[in-house]
Ligand binder design. Sequence first.
Ligand code: ZN
Length: 160
Amino acid sequence: MEIADRRAVTIHYTLKDDGDKVLESSEGREPLTYLHGVGNIVSGLEKALTGKQPGEVVKASLAPVEAYGERDEQRIRNVPLRKLPEARVRAGQRYRVQTDRGPINALVTAVKGDYATVDLNHPFAGMSLHFEVTVVGVREATAEELEHGHVHEPGGHHHH
Ligand code: ZN
């Protein structure tokens, strides 16, 4: 079965930056299963995988616009320390922050006085990404998965 919209796709993947440094990899772990065609993975990778079959190896180099977008200086903000969840805030910490567009990860880049400088950009924003993907499996998604917009794999997903 080939990869198409509304199918659950299982992949092993390695993600590298321009300097050939591994940023993420499923090697030595469970493969990733996702619902194809609904934005569970970055758009450029969805495009590169469409039509591929189990056993195929796909290499895709993505510009930021096809991956996590460009870095946006508007997404770097000064936030009062009292609005952050931890008592002791340090540079380098990450927080899950609720926004009107859903939860995002925020990185504290500096702490000055009663304020922390927080970067809301995705860690891979502004980067060209190089994927090497092995397609492990493809199956039809269940009606429930399509309704939820994500797959229900054993151990791979839990509801809030
Ligand atoms: Zn669900």
